[in-house]
Design a protein around this ligand. Structure first.
Ligand code: PMP
Length: 441
């Protein structure tokens, strides 16, 4: 019997008792290959001795120091590393305890910045439909997933949504990628004008969409055009890299591949690699200076910001991620995963799209490949796939279909970066078996 309010109350979950490398063992002695890094968290796998040693050393020194009294070497060291490795223009770091906290902080930072520079009339946040930015009130309001929002709608602050960049479903047959990017940028431009060009605070988007769509990168040029639109209207660009950042897509920051300079970036999951709960907002010098020369404070804070043990863990994770060869390994294993999935599932009548970047891959399932019709949500195909996968000793991350009535169930794969070729092949084989079984009959 459990005394924990688990997310799914009816589910009876196996007890994880050990983890090593890309495998997790349960109390019954079963082994699972971690094909999803939990929820795209465990970038270095389980039991990494260097990270554990860094945490132990920090705990021996000091486990907690409140930020209104002290800073710590661990937090300063982590922030320095992140700034050194980030694309140019992200010069300061705000350390929190997870992804939703990072998004909340970024939203408040954006608003306070505009107040500090004398634009208090700016009050609107724009994000995209079919997006997820976290489960706290502000982050949930930002996300554009109608199902997640529905019962909380009356207590959510108002936000506005435009179309996501989703080539598989939305790029018109007669439309080039360039034209697709332009159409979506025009839609954002029109939305900003509709709300009042000087009344919008920020536009929020994930460079590669994770949970709600299943590893969907934008078409080339999309983010550059979005940046232009934001600049035209003095709107801040907040990129949410909570899931796709920290090397997941083959570059330490996913936005580096888009050639844009965001004003604020959120990171989390891979930052702590699962060893500690930690997230961060990275911000431009302009925002920092506005606070420094204005009110002199960022009016925000949580008890556990800059937690020294979390910072020490993340500092070591980031050091390992930045080592030569690590991002090349992500790209090589990601290519192998894509090729393996295409070989095993590319001809399946129920697999509409196999996509992604680096070790962040998604498979979208459809009843019919030509019409791209999603499975009936009542079938709960994603839940069936998860069950079949767990039965085969595979952790993958399936998500329900027909978000906003427009897409199919999908499976997200996000294994640790230390994964070896034969383990990639094992994931492909087990997932193909699970999908075949779940879609049969
Ligand atoms: N943003 C994105 C893009 C995410 O994928 C998530 C988590 N899935 C969050 C924010 C929220 O992060 P957390 O669950 O750590 O609060």
């Amino acid at each position: 019997m459990t005394r924990i309010l688990h997310r799914s109350i009816a589910a009876s979950l196996p007890h994880a008792v050990a983890g090593q490398g890309v495998y997790i063992q349960d109390a019954a002695g079963r082994s699972y290959i971690d094909g999803s890094g939990g929820a795209a968290v465990s970038c270095l796998g389980h039991g990494n001795v260097e990270v554990l040693d860094a945490m132990r050393a920090q705990m021996d020194r000091i486990a907690y120091a409140h930020t209104s009294f002290f800073t710590t070497d661990a937090a300063e060291d982590l922030a320095g590393k992140l700034v050194d490795l980030a694309p140019e223009g992200l010069d300061y770091v705000y350390l929190v305890s997870g992804g939703s906290e990072a998004v909340e902080a970024a939203l408040k930072m954006a608003r306070q910045y505009l107040v500090e520079i004398g634009q208090p009339q700016r009050r609107h946040i724009i994000a995209r439909r079919q997006s997820y930015h976290g489960n706290t009130i502000g982050a949930l309001a930002t996300g554009g997933n109608a199902w997640r929002r529905a019962q909380f709608q009356p207590i959510l602050p108002e936000t506005h949504h435009v179309s996501p960049c989703y080539a598989y479903r939305d790029q018109r047959p007669d439309e080039s990628a360039d034209d697709n990017a332009q159409r979506l940028a025009d839609e954002l431009d029109a939305k900003i004008r509709e709300l009042g060009a000087d009344e919008v605070i920020a536009f929020v988007a994930e460079p590669v969409v994770g949970a709600t769509m299943g590893a969907v990168p934008a078409v080339p040029g999309y983010f550059r055009r979005i940046r232009e639109v934001c600049d035209r209207h003095g709107v801040l660009l907040i990129l949410d890299e909570v899931m796709c950042g920290m090397g997941r897509t083959g570059s330490l920051f996913a936005c580096a591949a888009e050639g844009v300079r965001p004003d604020l970036v959120t990171i989390a999951k891979g930052l702590g690699g699962g060893y500690q709960p930690i997230g961060a907002v990275m911000l431009s010098d302009a925002i920092y200076q506005a606070f420094a020369q204005g009110s002199g404070l960022f009016q925000h804070g949580h008890t556990y910001i800059c937690h020294p043990v979390a910072a020490a863990a993340a500092g070591k994770v980031v050091e390992i991620l930045a080592r030569p060869g690590m991002m090349e390994q992500v790209v090589a294993m990601g290519d192998r995963l894509q090729a393996g999935l295409e070989a095993a599932l590319g001809q399946s009548p129920f697999v509409g799209d196999i996509r992604g970047r680096g070790l962040f891959r998604g498979i979208e399932l459809v009843v019919d490949r030509d019409s791209k019709t999603p499975f009936d949500p009542k079938m709960r195909l994603h839940a069936r796939i998860k069950r079949e996968a767990m039965d085969r000793g595979l952790m993958c991350y399936p998500m329900g279909g027909t978000i906003d009535g427009v897409r199919g169930d999908h499976v997200l794969l996000a294994p640790p970066y230390i994964i070896q070729p034969e383990e990639i092949d094992q994931i492909v084989e087990r997932l193909a078996g699970a999908i075949t079984a779940a879609t049969a009959g």
